[in-house]
Design a protein around this ligand. Structure first.
Ligand SMILES: NC(=O)c1ccc[n+]([C@@H]2O[C@H](COP(=O)([O-])OP(=O)(O)OC[C@H]3O[C@@H](n4cnc5c(N)ncnc54)[C@H](OP(=O)(O)O)[C@@H]3O)[C@@H](O)[C@H]2O)c1
Length: 388
């Protein structure tokens, strides 16, 4: 029986991972379930799945969980708790489905303990890709992508010689503003940005999809996962979200993976890799869908994509800066403190203010991440004060 730990079990990916595991429940033991603050849902998950332990990152919520719920397993608190849970050698696999660079240390903890990782949190590889990949290679630990595009690429690469791959194309739905005229971007509201046409996801990734930063982060993630230079990874807008990635091979062949936009499919693939287990999800019917459309991305209206590609080209700590600035800017937008167009503007300012450090160490990555967050938080504060 395999033990599966889910860090971020109360989120969109975490809950869908539990749904998938429920379909296979006779062969799985749940290791740890982890949340930041959502102890109500965590308590329900504990009752249903009987994990070995839980982690609650927020210290107050952790104390409240101990007070309100009786649970005989281990209760760990804080980011240190995430690391301890990730490194528990009873784990057969650790799912990292937290939001943001907070996933770096737990990912490394699992890798260092020799435990395979299924990674939803793209921010981990964006911010510390060179460190995480080096350690995973050294430990011989697989890092399996949960992102649908990277899962698609992994599926298409099976049975192929790496040197025959010419180019990887990641598709993007284009988000809710794909056809919105430039002048309307000034007045985009939070509610509009959260209305994704194809996917139901957490708020941060939904806003990232609306700015196209999500695709920029995914290009950086793909660079690390598949060891491809930036010029061999391309983005293509595909509003139906049926084709998830296309791989161009040197003989002129193109392989693509198709599936309905349902994250349970790539989650299941990461969990059952290299096999495929039966999954009760709706089947793709192309005749009903009728049309599959493709168009190039518009870097003018979506500067976040350009900023991400530029950060990847610059390399070093530039993607760390990009990611931290984006996390803070998106959180500020969601709180109503800044406008949609302020997001790329703040990221641009952070990239200008923090020159790239080549090959940063883990300590440097964490310190740069901390400093950039403070810098962008201050910039948000200034904006709020000057507009109020
Ligand atoms: N959702 C998708 O369809 C999808 C697809 C591809 C990739 N991804 C990636 O998967 C990751 C998770 O996305 P999601 O949509 O599942 O997010 P989500 O619904 O917001 O859930 C995030 C989970 O992480 C926890 N969390 C958030 N911030 C945290 C912090 N600072 N420290 C510790 N725990 C924290 C949340 O706890 P609380 O519930 O207490 O807030 C929740 O359990 C993201 O990196 C995203 O880019 C998501």
């Amino acid at each position: 029986m395999r033990t599966v730990t889910i860090l971020g079990s109360t989120g969109s990916i975490g809950q869908q991972t539990l749904e998938v595991l429920q379909q296979w429940d006779e062969s799985v033991q749940i290791g740890y379930l982890a949340t930041r603050t959502n102890i109500e849902l965590l308590a329900q998950q504990v009752q249903r799945f009987h994990p070995l332990g839980v982690v609650i990152v927020d210290e107050h919520a952790c104390a409240e969980f101990r007070r309100r719920f009786s649970f005989s397993g281990r209760i760990l608190c804080g980011v240190a708790g995430l690391q301890e849970a990730a490194a528990d050698t009873r784990n057969g696999i650790v799912i990292i489905s937290l939001v943001g660079a907070v996933g770096i240390l737990p990912t490394l903890a699992a890798v260092r303990a020799g435990i395979p990782v299924a990674l939803a949190s793209k921010e981990v590889l964006v911010s510390a890709g060179h460190i995480v990949m080096r350690e995973a290679r050294r430990a011989g630990v697989p890092l399996l992508p949960i992102d649908s595009e990277h899962s698609a690429a992994l599926q298409c690469l099976r049975g192929e010689e790496r040197e025959s791959l010419e180019e990887l194309v990641l598709t993007a739905s284009g988000g809710p503003f794909r056809t919105l005229p430039r002048e309307r971007f000034e007045s985009i509201t939070v509610e509009e940005a959260l209305r994704h046409p194809n996917w139901r996801m957490g708020h941060k990734i939904t806003v990232d999809s609306a700015t196209l930063m999500n695709k920029g982060l995914e290009v950086i993630e793909a660079h690390w996962l598949f060891d491809l230079p930036p010029e061999r990874i391309r983005v293509l807008i595909h509003p139906q979200s049926i084709v998830h990635a296309l791989l161009y091979f040197r003989d002129g062949s193109v392989k693509a993976q198709l599936a309905l936009p349902d994250m349970r499919i790539p989650i299941a693939y990461a969990l059952s890799y290299p096999r495929r287990l039966p999954l009760a999800v709706q089947r793709l019917d192309l005749a009903t869908i009728g049309r599959l459309e493709f168009e190039p991305p518009d870097a003018e209206r979506f500067p976040c994509l350009r900023l991400a590609l530029e950060a990847l080209r610059v390399g070093g700590s530039a993607p760390t800066v990009l990611n931290a600035a984006n996390e803070v800017a998106v959180a500020a937008f969601l709180e109503g403190a800044i406008r949609f167009l302020d997001i790329p503007e703040l990221i641009h300012r952070a990239l200008e203010s923090f020159p790239s450090l080549p090959e940063p160490t883990l300590e440097e990555v964490l310190e740069i991440d901390r400093q950039v967050r403070l810098f962008v938080q201050r910039a948000v504060q200034e904006r709020v004060s000057s507009s109020g």
